[in-house]
Design a binder for this molecule. Sequence first.
Ligand code: PHE
Length: 459
Amino acid sequence: MQQLKKGGFTSSIGFILSAAGSAVGLGNIWRFPYLAAKGGGGLFLLIYIILSLTFGFTLLTTDLAIGRRTGKSSLQAFGEISKKWKFVGPLTFIVPAIILTYYCAIGGWVLKYITVYFTGASAEAAHPDYFGNFISSYAGPIVMMLIYLSITAFIVYKGVEKGVEKFSKIVMPGLIIMIVGICIFTMTLSHDGRSAIDGLKIYIVPNFEGLTFKKFMTILLDATGQLFYSLSIAMGIMITYGSYVSKQDNLSKSITRIEVFDTGVAFLAGLMVIPAVYVFNGTEGLEANGPGLMFKALPQIFNQMGVVGIILGAIFFIMVAFAALTSSVSIMETIVASIMEKTGKSRKQVSLWVGIFAAIGAVIVCLGYNLFMFNITLPNGAQAQILDIADYVSNSVLMPLIAILTSVLIGWVAKPKWIIEELEVSGHKFKKKMLYTVVVKYVAPVMMTILLLQALGVF
Ligand code: PHE
């Protein structure tokens, strides 16, 4: 990103690909399916799509337009709009710092599953206990995490993200083709009288049976946190990206593309995982698996494919690792660039510090499954270990808080016109003006406040 800053993005497709590279990652492939499974499938999906078209669109528009209008990274952009609101900048900084630690831990899990297919352990990995045994062991998860983190840090240290992004032009389409292929295979599965088609129905048909207010609020909070996480919004990253976009670019068109792409990949990942989990483990499997869902379900699918599954499994996890890398690089780069801007220290020095910080944080996250193992109940009723707590604090507490502050600042202080003008500066009409204004002024602050209170356990 540092090199990009000098010239900005040369083309709007370059910008879309980079923003999509940051957006599409473990959030889509690992996080979305397990939350959708936990939230009852179809109902979660419906809520997620509605939120994506309203909040997602509004907040992504806001972040990118703030960045382009001020030309500053998130640390300074808020102060540029209003002196009194400067404090939001540092606040947006905390979220990527938390996410980076556990993102690397999960990146390590992905690397582990790559090795599984090269060491002939693929049948073993299909066993339901394999994942739990792995994450609760001491050395394995830490070693894998350190390898993953070193690759991320090395890319940032060398300032070669552009090269990685070029690579993602090949990896992203490849990943999507593979996901579609796996989805088709998943649809042919059946086990113990359960068919994938029934699993598909669970995933896409909303089921309102037994829905209580509390359950609905939990799903709503999960879906909102997921939306923020998946689009990399409400954490400053998209503000920084926006500052690189050229004034001639039709921003609202790019926003629609990023959203459709990001939500499309998440939808497909759910389609690949959820019916398979249903086939192998029934409805209880859907509710009980949590963050391990993808790591348990996919090896089972690949195992059903025989020898082909070993090759596909290896390629698939390698591609997931790339998608994850483009995201973790964007997270670390944002942190490093901000610190460099503030302290004037060199990229190499700052990358090293941030790398050490992330390593310490990620070791603690890994030890959360053995040495520091405990079970606490989060205000949303979920059982949590360290990783879930970090995830909850960043996605369910801090992101709604930042979203409230950003929407009040834009809706009431700077006024929506400030953003609308920026979107129209290229001469293109901003068609969703009305929707934008209503959401940023009224719907977002009210809804986000309710959700934040819910996250803090008030309801
Ligand atoms: N959006 C990324 C994903 O879905 C994760 C991410 C979070 C990236 C925060 C940047 C910042 O995996």
